[in-house]
Design a protein around this ligand. Structure first.
Ligand code: COA
Length: 320
């Protein structure tokens, strides 16, 4: 027995911001952003929050799975932009959807957050502790961006994706996950400033910092390496895979991974053109788009992979 996905859902904020919109508030252009990243627009939350988007995505995934909220016994949300320090987004989702029998907690693994949530749920399900889990990747990254920094703020967007997982004869065939805290400062966001009057502190809040080239180098080596690892464990070749659902950071990273795996880029569905990078939200949002389009047939094997701040990374092979 393993862990299978039986429902997916997503929620994106209504407000859409194009590259041209950004060029009106900072020194950038559609040409610069699109040619270096593939991103043309992104959803930026106005009314929506990390928890409300998560709950909407969760309801859709539950409906597709044919399960009631009461049948969920585990909720894990991958996020770095929870609305509150506490309660967790997972506890907020539990309240909003009425999943009163669940235990709920968040994982902080940035762009690998949904994958870490999946792997964690898998281990709980396989041990027999829980039966049905709701896993979510959700972010409101717009609130942790330095909007005066054109090199980071143009890359990211907001949104949430969810999946319901349960035990099944087939599903997750192999997974890997890793982290390298020693390189953590190449993509970082400092927490709120300390206002303890007993010590000298700066009142200045800090926003997301990124060394883009270091992150790029990390991604183009670690992602193919981890995909090759899970393929070998599942005794599969890249050609056996129907689709590679990668974290949506940059089209050039995805093209490089396709090249290194010697696989056609057509097998790499894209959402970054209309969503930007939604960190933990990227993989489940893209999975739901692919699922909604009817691109996944029973027995298809897909690879999912996340990578980003921490540094963290994770990949898996899933039989649909
Ligand atoms: N619009 C216009 N110009 C911009 C710009 C923008 N939005 N952002 C940066 N620039 C400018 C820089 O100021 C710099 O100008 P200069 O040469 O006059 O100093 C120039 O463009 C090149 O900047 P640089 O940062 O060297 O660009 P790059 O070629 O490395 O591309 C990224 C930047 C971010 C697109 C690229 O590094 C990347 O994709 N890295 C991976 C990031 C990522 O995926 N992160 C998330 C992982 S989860």
């Amino acid at each position: 027995m393993t862990t299978k996905i039986i429902g997916t859902g997503r929620c994106l904020p209504e407000n859409i911001v194009t590259n041209d919109d950004l060029s009106k508030i900072m020194d950038t252009s559609d040409e610069w952003i699109a040619s270096r990243t593939g991103i043309r627009k992104r959803h930026i939350a106005k009314e929506e929050t990390t928890a409300t988007m998560s709950a909407e995505a969760a309801k859709k995934a539950l409906q597709q799975a044919g399960l009631s909220p009461e049948e969920i016994d585990l909720i894990i949300v991958g996020t770095i932009t929870s609305d509150y320090v506490t309660p967790s987004t997972a506890c907020e989702v539990q309240r909003m959807i009425g999943a009163k029998n669940a235990v709920a907690f968040d994982v902080n693994a940035a762009c690998s957050g949904f994958m870490f949530a999946l792997n964690t749920a898998h281990v709980y399900l396989q041990s027999g502790i829980y039966k049905n889990a709701l896993i979510i990747g959700a972010e409101t990254l717009s609130k942790i961006m330095d909007w005066s920094d054109r090199s980071t703020s143009v890359l990211f967007g907001d949104g949430a994706g969810a999946a319901v997982v349960t035990k099944g004869e087939t599903g997750l065939l192999s997974f890997t996950q890793g982290s390298d805290g020693a390189k953590g400062m190449v993509l970082a966001c400092k927490n709120r400033s300390n206002n303890n009057p007993l010590i000298n502190t700066s009142k200045e809040l800090e926003y997301t910092y990124m060394d883009g080239q270091e992150v790029y180098k990390f991604a183009v080596s670690k992602v193919p390496e981890s995909i090759k690892k899970v393929l070998a464990e599942a005794n599969l070749e890249p050609d056996d895979i129907a689709y590679f659902i990668l974290h949506q950071a940059n089209i050039r990273i995805i093209q490089s991974v396709a090249k290194r795996l010697k696989v056609s880029e057509e097998k790499f569905p894209i959402s970054l053109d209309h969503c930007g990078n939604i960190s933990a939200g990227s993989v489940p949002i893209l999975l739901d788009e692919v699922n909604e389009k009817g691109m996944l047939k029973k027995g298809d094997k897909i690879v999912m992979a996340g990578f980003g701040a921490g540094l963290t990374w994770s990949a898996c092979v899933m039989e649909w």
